[in-house]
Design a protein. Structure first.
Lengths: 344, 265
């Protein structure tokens, strides 16, 4: 059982490396694998300066690699945060957006676009989205908390209510902006999720949050396992449940908000990836959390590759692809394995 | 005196409504204390106070002469194990994984299981006869088997004190008997046990002493034969009952019907 889980983990890691290379090679301009590797080796100061056209180097280093890295980070972060949320809420339906992060991030981003901040600096959009996501999550948390306790059902319901309000406000700002075609278009594109035009600046912005948060969450694998057996059961095993819950919620919210801030709304990654992996390797978070990160990264790198190679414009959006691939697959899992999906 | 736990004048109120008032008792090494009383008498609340999950409004509980309230959660968990009424098993962990969770209070964030932990897990599975199903999923077990697995998890905690909340609530006769038998084995090995029990005959059979709760106060505390009397059954449970002995000399409580006079409230 354990051996199998570690085997799957290693397999996922190998697949991810393969997918990353493929995504670096493929695109509008295809760069041969050998040349891709030598360019990367040169940048990392392992190899000599590669020969060949310099535009390939520019495309790879300035356009393609940051995008591929972001896809991996965002996918990994979303899937890992989804796994944590599902364990935390002991509810297989929980996804990273459950406490209103995605809805709040969407609101923050449309406000940034509408107010014109986004034109001032490329950083404003992710920062506003991050602030919106985090602000909403803490509002939800504050509403649901009384006397130092945060009942799970109240938290979920508050998330639905505040999230719904944020979605309405987003629609309102969107309709205000529709008069200005370009701004309205940008908003719509952001809301559909996507990674085009992202730079190393974006990578630098979210890497500490996504990677740091994910690694930190991995320190809580044992607590997550025990929490699955119930609150009193966890308390009796010495877990400080309220404090652990708070930490898990804050960290997974941070990770989610950071990914949404650069990738926009990308659905189903945090839902479908943890479910597939839970069926494959079981509920033990010691393997499940790292596997989710790898699996989510793999999924989003491939989805983004699909987006930019199938249609060479912006028409196929990342969020659309993940939902169109993730949705049917999720339904297939539901039908094929009715019991398995119920079981966390 | 080998006192594992002493409760001194414990009080607890929930939303201003008193649930427990002035509970005091001592528990010795190797003692099996039964907690009985009608629904709502405060049995579950008392167990949660003794676990430190709830904080008393007054009085204190001491674990081996240290006030419970001053101990960190993990330290409490190294001294007291708990078998909740219906531990959740809607997740596909293996039996061994669940039992291994009993070592949580001994493991740091980064320390993996050591030989000592593995030995405790192995022994707990052996004592509960769950070793044969180590690799099965808890979701596939029957209710009785699952309860035994969670008992094994509590044993793996290697605590001097074990608390059980209605361990037999949903078990059939055979599994209920087996479970209590395993708990008695634990007592014989020197653990102290407090169990909230519904079945008075079972309580009379296995407990060294019985603590009867009524409306949040101790109505009686002592050996089963002294405590379980017709008068007490009428005043605490509101039933007319006959208390006799079976052929083997065990106390036998037969409930005949509601008590004739209304119990004093």
């Amino acid at each position: 059982m354990k051996l199998r889980a570690w085997g799957i983990l290693a397999f996922l890691g190998a697949l991810l490396v393969g997918a990353l290379l493929w995504a670096a090679v493929a695109g509008t301009v295809s760069i041969p694998l050998g040349r891709t590797l030598s360019i990367i080796a040169h940048v990392l100061r392992f190899g000599p300066a590669p020969d060949g056209p310099t535009y390939e180097e520019a495309i790879l280093l300035a356009v393609r690699l940051p995008r591929v890295c972001l896809a991996a980070l965002a996918g990994g972060g979303l899937a890992l945060a989804g796994t944590v949320m599902q364990g935390f809420f002991r509810n297989p339906m929980a996804d990273p957006g459950v406490v209103g992060v995605s809805a709040g991030a969407a609101l923050g981003s449309v406000i940034a676009l509408y107010a014109g901040w986004a034109t001032a600096s490329v950083l404003w959009l992710p920062v506003a989205a991050f602030a919106g996501g985090l602000g909403t999550a803490f509002l939800v948390y504050a509403i649901a908390t009384s006397h130092g306790k945060t009942p799970v059902s109240t938290l979920l319901l508050a998330g639905i209510a505040v999230g719904g309000m944020a979605v309405s406000l987003t629609s309102f700002v969107l309709s205000l902006a529709l008069a200005n075609y370009e701004i309205g278009r940008q908003m719509m594109l952001w809301l559909m999720g996507g990674l085009e035009g992202r730079t190393w600046l974006h990578v630098r912005l979210v890497t500490p949050l996504v990677l740091g948060g994910s690694v930190w969450l991995c320190f809580y694998v044992r607590d997550l396992n025990v929490l699955l057996t119930g609150e009193e059961s966890a308390l009796s095993l010495g877990i400080d449940v309220p404090r652990t819950r708070r930490t898990l919620l804050v960290l997974s919210t941070l990770v989610t908000a950071a990914t949404v801030s650069v990738a926009g709304i990308v659905g189903f990654v945090g839902l479908v990836v943890p479910h597939i992996l839970r069926l494959l390797i079981g509920p033990d978070h010691r393997q499940l959390l790292p596997a989710s990160f790898l699996g989510g990264a793999l999924f989003l790198v491939l989805a983004d590759l699909f987006c930019r190679t199938l249609i060479e414009s912006e028409e196929l959006r990342l969020g659309v692809v993940t939902s169109l691939v993730g949705g049917p697959f999720f339904i297939y899992l539901l039908i094929k394995n009715r019991r398995g999906v119920e079981i966390l | 005196m080998n006192t594992v736990l002493s409760a001194r004048n414990l009080h607890f109120a929930y939303n201003g409504r008193p649930v427990l008032a002035g509970i005091s008792f001592d528990l010795a090494v190797g003692e099996f204390l039964g907690l009985v009383g009608p629904n709502g008498a405060g049995k579950s609340t008392l167990l949660r106070l003794l676990l430190g999950i709830l904080k008393p409004g007054g009085g204190e509980a001491r674990l081996r002469d240290e006030p419970l309230g001053a101990l960190p959660r993990a330290e409490v968990a190294r001294r007291t194990a708990f078998l909740p009424q219906g531990a959740h098993a809607d997740f596909a962990f293996t039996v061994r994984e669940v039992v291994a969770m009993g070592r949580t209070p001994y493991l740091g964030r980064f320390r993996p299981e050591g030989p000592e932990d593995r030995e405790a897990i192995r022994r707990a599975m052996e004592q509960t006869e769950t070793a044969a199903m180590a690799d099965r999923l808890v979701t596939e077990l029957s209710g009785g088997e699952r309860q035994r697995v969670f008992l094994a998890r509590a044993f793996a905690q290697t605590t001097p004190l074990l608390l059980l909340d209605e361990p037999n609530a949903n078990l059939d006769l055979l599994h209920a008997f087996q479970l209590v038998d395993l708990v008695q084995g634990h007592v014989r090995r020197g653990a102290a046990v407090i169990a909230a029990l519904h079945d008075l005959n079972l309580a009379a059979r296995v407990c060294d002493r019985i603590l009867v709760l009524k409306d949040g106060a101790v109505a009686a505390l002592g050996p089963p034969a002294q405590v379980l009397t017709t008068a007490l059954l009428a005043s605490v449970f509101g039933v007319k009952a006959r208390v006799g002995r079976d052929e083997e000399g065990h106390l036998l409580v037969s409930v005949l019907g509601p008590a004739l006079e209304a119990p004093p409230s």
